[in-house]
Structure formats: structure tokens, C-alpha cells
Design a protein around this ligand. Structure first.
Ligand SMILES: [Zn+2]
Length: 432
């Protein structure tokens, strides 16, 4: 019988409101006991004194790039990066080549992930065939094959009537639509946030209204249909405020923010480093403060990375030509500890809500909690450890991070999936 004992850690489980020092016994991939003192000899043990023991982190917004763009990332490298970042489950976006817009591709990703992956992978199916925004993809078939949500992420669904139809179909399977909010006639050609900084740098901007208009539309559609919408990567003060008001009125809406949007402003673009080029773009100080407030008061339910790896050569081009995207899996937890926990924006339990419990709920996954009988997906971190981010040391194939050289707090020590340590400091490979 495979057992593992985790002793003396600060166990954080928002679902049961548990925050205290406990031992956890794992047996046969499940949590067998959580008690103040579990006395057992001859069982492999992790001494977790001064560490935080949390339900495995869940990232509901990841680009794995496989199939089609294996030079940017593969299922293997992406899930290794996820394990390094403390994630035990990731949901991957369908904008691959081919686009994940049919059941066979949903199956392909899951089979590949089971064979090569370090963590659990849940595919997100496309809303429209080929992400073309014209015809709905077969959502029911994809759901049966294991899709957990639907999104045309990367592209907005421009047609309001198609979006309405998608919401109605998705709700038949109790699935959520994840909306990439961007009004493309406003954002077209833009490279960074439109404002003082883009004027100074002489770059074409993406106005915050491009996000706000689509957030408002999707709130209207969620209200009208009664179906669930999840707003991806909200980045503007106006967007946050619209979501706050809609929630107050009982509209079925949830939202996520990325670590780069709560920790950087458009000032980071000053050196024309293409690693700061991301969509939606880095915004102003006022927007960052609104996102922080939204995280704090519960308007923003989830922290998701929008992990978007690109090949070195693609990002080496001049700002205008470089693709949008930042890698996020390995910096998310340290950025959250540094900017949210140490600055008292969130309590540790709230952080776990946003990085594990809420994404599990939104995607209808039986994860995101530490309770007896539950699958043993567990992340153990040292919240005090300080480490310099080195983009050359990432497990992702992508090197495109604007956080290179920054010293951040919070280090992932163990990532445990179904009771197996898939990552420790020295990297015990899967199954060994
Ligand atoms: Zn994305």
C-alpha cells in the first residue's frame, strides 16, 4: 500500500475553512486522514514545519501549444512547468493547430497528457469551428469526451447572436463559456495599452474600452439567458466595476485576473522588451489597483496565468512583430505571495480559493480541497523563501517572462498528484 505522511504543516483548506497545523496521511492516492497528530512509523514522510500545505493549485487558463506548435511548448514541457509552479490540474485552451473543436482532439490531448504529462490536463473546447466565430463547434460531443469548458480564447466571439447560442448550449451541459473580451475594431493593430505611455513610446494602443464593451455585452447576455459566463483575464478598472455591479445584481458571472495584470503596469513596456507584450495589454496603475481591489472584495474569483509560451526567436523580433504572450506557470505563486499575501491584499485562505477552490468549482472538477476521501492533489510551499526568477531556469520551453531577475517570495517545494510526488526540489520524475 502506497502511503505518504505530511507532518506539521499549516494546512489551508477554504472549503472546510481549515487553517491550522495538522498532519495529513495519504494512502492509495487519496487523503486518508487529517488530524493533529498522526503517529505512524516506517511511512515515507514530508516534514512540513513552517510550510503551507494546500490543495493542489488549478490553472484554468493555459496554452499548451500542442498539437501544432511544439516548438513553443509541448504537453510534456507545459505540464512539467505546471508541476514546477505547484499546479496539479491545468485547463488548456483550444487555439492549437488543429483547433480543438471536436471530440477526437479533446480525447487526443487527454491521452497524450496521461502518457507524458506531469499533472492533470483538462481540455477546453472551442466555441466556434476553427475559432472562426461563424458556426458553433459540437459542444455536447466535446463535453462527453472530457471538455470542461468552452472558449475561443485568443479571439473574441464577435457575433453576439453566436455568443448567445453558445451560452444556451453550454448551460444544457452545465458547462461554462470563457470569454476573451476584446472589441476587435478598437484593438486592431494595437501593441500596448492606449494612454500616456503609448503616446510617449509612439506605439499604437489598445484602449481599455475594447475590453469594457465586450464585458458589458457578455454581462447583458448572461443576464438575458440566465447562463454562466466566465470573463478571462480582466485587466481594466471599468471591466472590474462592471463585473462587480453585475454580481451584485445576481448575474451568473465569474472572472479571473492574471498575475502580470496585478503586478505590472504599462510602464514595464518602456524598454521595448517584447516579453511585456501581452493581450490584454499591461494597463495603468489605476487599473492595477482596481484589479487588486477586485481580487480583495471577491469580484475577481480566480487567479489564472494565461500561460502563453513562444519560441525565443519569435519574441526576439521588434515589438511590433513579436507575438502576444507571457509564460506564467512558474511565476504565478511567487507573484501572488509577493504582491497579494505580503501586502495583505488576500489572506492565505483567500489565495487558495482563487488558485484552487474557485477554478475547480467553475469547471465542475472534484478538486480544490483537502478532505478525507478526496484525491490527494496537494501543493506544499515555503511562503518565506525568496528566490530570483531566472528565465533560463524555467521548465517551460518559453522564456518570455517580464519577471526575469526579480526577487520574489514563495517557493513551491512539493507538487503531489494522486498521492505521487511529481515534483520536489530535486525533481523526482513521475512514477519513480
Ligand atoms: Zn489566453
Amino acid at each position: 500500500m502506497k502511503k505518504l505522511l505530511i507532518t506539521g504543516g499549516r494546512v489551508l483548506d477554504p472549503k472546510s475553512n481549515r487553517d491550522g497545523i495538522f498532519d495529513i496521511l495519504v494512502e492509495e492516492g487519496k487523503i486518508k486522514a487529517i488530524e493533529e497528530n498522526i503517529a505512524l512509523e516506517d511511512v515515507p514522510r514530508i516534514e512540513a514545519q513552517a510550510l503551507w500545505v494546500m490543495p493542489g493549485l488549478i490553472d484554468m487558463h493555459v496554452h499548451l501549444r500542442e498539437p501544432g506548435f511544439e516548438h513553443k511548448e509541448t504537453i510534456k514541457s507545459g505540464t512539467k512547468s505546471a508541476a514546477a509552479g505547484g499546479f496539479t490540474t491545468i485547463a488548456c485552451m483550444p487555439n492549437t493547430q488543429p483547433v480543438v473543436d471536436q471530440a477526437s482532439l479533446v480525447e487526443y490531448i487527454q491521452i497524450k497528457a496521461q502518457r507524458e504529462g506531469f499533472v492533470k490536463v483538462r481540455p477546453i473546447g472551442a466555441i466556434s469551428k476553427g475559432l472562426q466565430g461563424e458556426e458553433l463547434a459540437p459542444m455536447g460531443e466535446m463535453m462527453d469526451a472530457g471538455a470542461v469548458a468552452f472558449s475561443d480564447d485568443g479571439n473574441p466571439v464577435v457575433s453576439s447572436s453566436l455568443m448567445k447560442k453558445a451560452l444556451e448550449y453550454a448551460s444544457m451541459w452545465k458547462a461554462v463559456i470563457i470569454s476573451h473580451c476584446e472589441e476587435p475594431s478598437l484593438s486592431k493593430g494595437g501593441l500596448m495599452n492606449e494612454g500616456e505611455m503609448s503616446t510617449i513610446l509612439g506605439m499604437q494602443g489598445i484602449p481599455s474600452a475594447a475590453e469594457e464593451i465586450m464585458v458589458a455585452r457578455d454581462i447583458a447576455l448572461a443576464r438575458y439567458t440566465g447562463c454562466r459566463v466566465h470573463i478571462a483575464h480582466v485587466s481594466t478598472a471599468a471591466g472590474v466595476e462592471l463585473i462587480r455591479r453585475a454580481k451584485r445584481q445576481g448575474v451568473a458571472i465569474t472572472a479571473e485576473a492574471t498575475p502580470h495584470h496585478f503586478s505590472l503596469t504599462d510602464r514595464a513596456v518602456e524598454g521595448y522588451d517584447a516579453d511585456t507584450k501581452v493581450n490584454p495589454p499591461l494597463r495603468t496603475q489605476e487599473d492595477v489597483e482596481a484589479v487588486l481591489k477586485g481580487l480583495q472584495d471577491g469580484t475577481i474569483d480566480v487567479i489564472a496565468t494565461d500561460h502563453a509560451p513562444h519560441h525565443r526567436d519569435e519574441k526576439k523580433q521588434e515589438y511590433k512583430l513579436a507575438p502576444f504572450g507571457i509564460v506564467g506557470l512558474e511565476t504565478a505563486l511567487p507573484l501572488a505571495i509577493t504582491h497579494l499575501i505580503r501586502k495583505n491584499i488576500l489572506s492565505p485562505l483567500q489565495l487558495v480559493e482563487k488558485m484552487s477552490l474557485h477554478p475547480a468549482r467553475i469547471l465542475n472538477l472534484s478538486a480544490g480541497t483537502l478532505q478525507v476521501g478526496q484525491e490527494a492533489d496537494i501543493t506544499i510551499i515555503d511562503p518565506q523563501a525568496e528566490k530570483k526568477i531566472d528565465k533560463n531556469q524555467l521548465y517551460s520551453q518559453g522564456r518570455n517572462t517580464p519577471f526575469h531577475g526579480q526577487s520574489l517570495y514563495g517557493q513551491v517545494l512539493y507538487t503531489i498528484v494522486d498521492g505521487i510526488v511529481v515534483k520536489n526540489l530535486e525533481w523526482i520524475e513521475k512514477g519513480e
